[in-house]
Design a protein around this ligand. Structure first.
Ligand SMILES: [Zn+2]
Length: 141
């Protein structure tokens, strides 16, 4: 479960249902549970701060984690080792690419506001490019 490590480091965590939690946002130091945490069926952790719309890289770095920790470990290095049997429909791949684009949009929005790029953001953008590259070869015909 990808969310467990993050949840252990957040304050004021409460469950809102299967795979969903609220907690205090460590990036804007909120005193209310303004941070929504959702773990998708494929183990990706989505974050949304309802107070300041804090960027996911800022949220995870505030608790000593990296943006890559929001994704299942097996996705790392998948480039070199995509099992031949793991093929996905075009719809599944487009859904994954859409999630990557949303992440890129959130990061670019944060960069635009701040006027600079944090190392974790740059690494996450590189990961997005790698994932979309992998997605291209992950569909069946
Ligand atoms: Zn926040």
């Amino acid at each position: 479960m990808t969310a467990t490590v993050l949840l252990d480091r957040l304050d004021g965590v409460r469950s809102c249902g299967p795979g969903r939690w609220r907690a205090r946002c460590p990036a804007c130091d909120s005193h209310k549970p303004v941070l929504a945490i959702t773990e998708t069926a494929d183990g990706v952790v989505l974050l949304h701060c309802f107070r300041n719309e804090c960027a996911a890289p800022d949220i995870v770095s505030a608790v000593g984690q990296d943006i890559a920790d929001l994704f299942p470990p097996r996705v790392e290095g998948v480039h070199a080792a995509v099992p031949a049997k793991r093929r996905f429909s075009a719809r599944q791949v487009l859904g994954a690419v859409n999630l990557e684009l949303l992440e890129v949009l959130v990061i670019v929005g944060a960069i635009r506001l701040r006027g600079s790029v944090m190392p974790a953001e740059y690494e996450r953008l590189k990961l997005a490019v790698a994932r979309v590259s992998v997605a291209e070869g992950a569909t069946h015909d």
